[in-house]
Design a protein around this ligand. Structure first.
Ligand code: PHE
Length: 339
């Protein structure tokens, strides 16, 4: 029996030395030391030994087990090393392989235009403020001096959430919100989404973007409005741009004007961008109506101000030669990538 045990030890250790992977090693462990392993098998035969032989054989068996266990432990470390080596070797990077294309995003043309606009007005000392897209009838119409029967209040023009709540049709409610919150001098622009009940086509979208400007202080005149818009136009369209004011009507400004700029494409000679007349319509503007100042708790005898509002989508389309407003909102990367 002792001999069988010795033979078993030799065989087991030889096999463990040959093992090349942790799986091989585990197989060997189960085969020799496991519950149904060869060592257990031999020990089961101990019952047939004499009283004197039993402790001797038992001792040998313990030594054999310990030796096998030691061998297993030693191999384990070296095999782990080998396996790590193999893994590292298999994972070497071939730096000559072609790389994966990294798709870098880019700013939407509207975002680019809005960033340009913000920068121009920030450089003139304006602060950028944001306001709610879901607005009350009070801020969108009443406080802006819109008569009760003004056509823009109609359901066919404006999206109503309920009787008192609308999707803002313009950024002008921000004039009121700012004048309620801040004391003059005020100098802000506010950019954002507006909504009108329009059927989408090449030139209409029920969602579009405006920028609103407001300046209120003592002694603000139409001359300040003209100067500010001129600086804006030269910065946005180019240094040779001229602007002109046409009389117009808005409920919240008096006097009111529509402002045109010489076409940035042809410089005023007439081309496809300006439809041949040399000018493009850019914005609405005027002096803040005394009623609006009063609605906001500002004394029109002491203070005056000007306001302007402009559609960003149309300007962006003209600037980049985009002929359908819907393209701006489809978010097709093949389109957006061009700008
Ligand atoms: N809110 C006006 C519009 O949407 C534009 C405007 C703003 C006009 C401020 C005058 C002053 O058409």
């Amino acid at each position: 029996m002792e001999q069988r045990l010795k033979a078993l030890e030799e065989k087991a250790i030889a096999e463990i030395k040959k093992a090349d992977s942790t799986t091989d090693l585990e197989k060997a462990r189960v085969h020799y030391l496991g519950k149904k392993g060869e060592l257990t098998e031999i020990l089961r035969g101990m019952g047939s030994l004499s009283k004197e032989e039993r402790p001797i054989v038992g001792k040998v068996a313990n030594i054999v087990r310990a030796n096998i266990e030691n061998a297993l432990e030693e191999s384990k470390t070296s095999i782990k090393d080998k396996e790590l080596h193999r893994k590292l070797k298999a994972e070497t990077i071939d730096v000559t392989m072609p790389g994966k294309e990294v798709k870098v995003g880019k700013r939407h043309p509207l975002t680019q235009a809005m960033d340009d606009l913000k920068n121009i007005f920030i450089s003139m000392g304006f602060k950028v403020v944001e306001g709610p897209e879901v607005e009350t009838v009070y801020y969108n119409f009443d406080a802006l001096n819109a008569p009760k029967n003004h056509p823009s209040r109609d359901m066919s023009d404006t999206f109503y959430i309920n009787e008192n709540t609308v999707l803002r049709t313009q950024t002008s409610p921000m004039q009121v919100r700012v004048m309620e919150d801040e004391k003059p001098p005020i100098r802000i622009v506010s950019l954002g989404r507006c909504f009108r009940n329009d059927t989408p086509d090449a030139t209409h979208s029920p969602m579009f973007h405006q920028i609103e400007g407001l300046v209120v202080d003592k002694g603000i005149t139409m001359g300040d409005l003209k100067g500010t818009l001129e600086v804006f136009a030269k910065n946005f369209f180019g240094p040779d741009t001229k602007i002109k004011f046409r009389p117009h009507n808005f409920p919240f400004t008096e006097p009111s004007a529509e402002v045109d700029a010489t076409c940035f494409k042809c410089g005023g000679e007439g081309c496809s961008v300006c439809k041949g007349n040399g000018w493009i319509e850019v914005l609405g503007a005027g002096m803040v109506h005394p009623n609006v100042l009063r609605n906001c708790g500002i004394d029109p005898e002491v203070y005056s101000g000007f306001a302007f509002g402009m559609g960003i989508d149309r300007l962006t389309m003209q600037k980049y030669g985009i002929d359908d407003i819907r393209l701006l909102f489809e978010n097709d990367m093949r389109f957006i990538d061009q700008f």
